[in-house]
Design a protein around this ligand. Structure first.
Ligand SMILES: NC(=O)c1ccc[n+]([C@@H]2O[C@H](COP(=O)([O-])OP(=O)(O)OC[C@H]3O[C@@H](n4cnc5c(N)ncnc54)[C@H](O)[C@@H]3O)[C@@H](O)[C@H]2O)c1
Ligand SMILES: N[C@@H](CCC=O)C(=O)O
Length: 523
């Protein structure tokens, strides 16, 4: 077994220190000189292969800027990648678990050295500010480090415990599934992208990775690191392309053994449906692991520390412009403290600066035109569904730059059953809902079809214990923000329509990508 230190999450960079801000700005210059304008081809069977058509990544904070391009895979490319991955599987599955884990550890080491480059690239490609980009790259390093260590417990015959039985040897072997497809979103294009690839790979599977259309460059950057770390040809097939085309082809394909998907509820449910249909020649029931959207609520009751609650609300709602599945999009406040909480929340959110990721603004542009239009459509109905207390406009401009800018928006007295209170908007828009009392607040919190993150700000032990038992979410937080789960510390995944609760960054996550074989030998 490899001798390595116990897993410890990465610490975050302190951007209150001038030298760290300077280092970030130097990285932005380096990335602008070396990565912006670059083209990433596909990687199939270890070869870089290009396509006639390309996908273009735009800077959302300055839509006049093309950040770079990737190949746009065709159905034929997808077929070749799938067949090639099955060939690679024949040898990769026989690699020693430690040897596979070593590739992840090496990739983590390279990423640590290139940490600020990865951050800077995301500031330009998806508009993350410094802290948001840093937290994400730290998470990507953590996934690699954590899954490498987790894999070791599945090494060898009898790696899972069975009960002793006289006269026999019994053992439970964990074996990889085969070739799967990993389809990722643009909002965590480094951490989720690499976490969903590294986990199946380290336990012996081969994976076709299909990044989101808006974030192909950071995905290409991460693939380069995995290859530099020594991943053999065909184990990780990089297939940038359009979800509705190659994503659809691969999820429907008879030779796809598993699908790991993170993205919207609509696409996730569609994939779940097509994957369930058995295709001619298909030998297995496809395993589907999916993490979807959220409409996450945080309750503030009359016993809460107001300052703690408002800080948690601002961080949870507006971090990366509310473009997190975990974002606090519903603030549920009990009537007796409603005015105090909401006034303080509006005041604090009103001080947030809107601008580019590169300028390290608090709130930057949302990712693309479709997202901008969708958020705008919710802002249009906001005055009918509540009282707009802050923002309310999709300006499309900030500090002279054209981009997908939306003002931080707070809508008060939103009705609990309204669209604003029930549908995932995925932008800097918060619905505040007035509850009669604590029990009413908990009922409102549980009144959506989602169940990803949730929070309670309260000093009442009794209420916290009730929420621990009754708040229906996969990740529940007390007296802090409801975003920012750390690998190994807060395993992440949702209930109900938020997903299959696979708990990325948790102790059992790798089991999603293995099948168990019980072997008995009578002596
Ligand atoms: N629960 C979580 O852990 C988690 C984490 C991040 C994001 N999300 C969710 O992701 C969503 C935002 O991401 P998005 O806009 O990229 O989501 P999306 O569903 O639009 O796209 C996700 C991926 O699916 C692909 N895709 C689209 N149609 C497809 C099809 N028919 N077949 C196969 N693949 C297809 C896309 O190309 C993309 O790579 C939000 O709903 C957010 O809550 C959830
Ligand atoms: N894991 C992240 C959210 C990922 C979804 O967008 C968090 O905990 O905030």
């Amino acid at each position: 077994m490899i001798k390595i230190q116990e897993y410890r999450p990465q610490s975050f960079i302190d951007f209150t220190k001038e030298e760290n801000v300077q280092a970030y700005q130097d990285a932005l210059k380096k990335v602008r000189a070396e990565l912006v304008g670059r083209h990433y081809p596909m990687v199939i069977n270890g070869e870089r292969v290009d396509t006639a058509e390309k996908l273009t990544s735009l800077n959302p904070c300055d839509t006049n800027e093309v950040v770079g391009t990737t190949a746009k895979a065709t159905i034929e490319d997808a077929e070749r990648a799938l067949q090639g991955a099955w060939t690679a599987f024949e040898s990769w599955k026989k690699w020693d678990m430690d040897a596979r884990a070593r590739v992840l550890l090496k990739a983590a080491a390279i990423l640590k050295r290139r940490r600020l480059e990865a951050c800077a690239l995301m500031s330009i490609e998806v508009g993350k500010n410094y802290a948001e980009a840093d937290v994400e790259v730290a998470e990507a390093i953590d996934f690699l480090e954590y899954y490498a260590r987790s894999a070791m417990k599945y090494s060898g015959f009898g790696s899972s415990e069975t009960t002793w039985f006289e006269g026999e040897e019994n053992g439970l072997m964990s074996i990889p599934l085969g070739v799967g497809v990993s389809i990722s979103p643009w909002n965590f294009p480094c951490a989720i992208f690499i976490g969903m690839a590294a986990a199946p790979i380290v336990v012996g599977n081969c994976v076709i990775v299909k990044p989101a259309e808006d974030a192909g460059l950071i995905a290409g950057f991460m693939v380069d690191i995995m290859l530099e770390a020594g991943l053999p040809a065909g184990v990780l097939q990089f297939l940038p392309g359009v979800g509705k085309e190659i994503g659809e082809y691969l999820t429907t394909h008879a030779k796809t053994r598993f699908i790991t998907f993170t993205g919207s509820r609509a696409v996730g449910l569609h994939i779940n449906e097509v994957a369930a249909k058995v295709q001619p020649g298909q030998k297995w029931i496809k395993r589907v692991i999916m993490e979807l959207g959220g409409k996450d609520g945080m309750i503030v009751d009359e016993t809460a520390d107001l300052d703690v609650a408002v800080t948690a609300a601002v961080q949870g709602a507006f971090g990366f412009n509310g473009q997190k599945c975990s974002a606090m999009s519903r603030l549920i406040v009990v009537d007796s403290v409603y005015d105090d909480v909401v006034n303080a929340f509006v005041k604090r959110a009103g001080a947030l600066k809107v601008g580019t990721g590169e300028e390290n603004a608090n709130v930057t542009a949302v990712v693309n035109q479709m997202s901008f239009d969708k958020i705008k459509s919710y802002l249009e109905i906001a005055p009918d569904e509540g009282k707009v207390l802050l923002g309310g406009n999709a300006t499309g401009e900030a500090n002279g730059k054209q981009g997908y800018y939306v003002q931080p928006t707070i809508v008060g007295d939103v009705k609990r059953e309204s669209r604003l209170a029930q549908e995932e908007i995925f932008g800097p828009v918060v619905s505040v809902i007035r509850a009669r009392d604590w029990q009413d607040a908990l009922d409102i919190a549980n009144s959506t079809e989602y169940g990803l993150t949730g929070g309670v700000c309260s000093a009442s032990r009794e209420r916290l214990e009730q929420a621990r038992a009754e708040f229906e979410v996969g990740n529940l937080y007390f007296n802090r923000k409801i975003t920012g789960a750390i690998v190994g510390v807060q395993p992440f995944g949702g209930y109900n329509m938020s997903g299959t609760d696979s708990k990325a960054g948790g102790p059992d996550y790798l089991a999603n990508f293995m099948q168990l074989k019980t072997v008995t030998e009578r002596w």
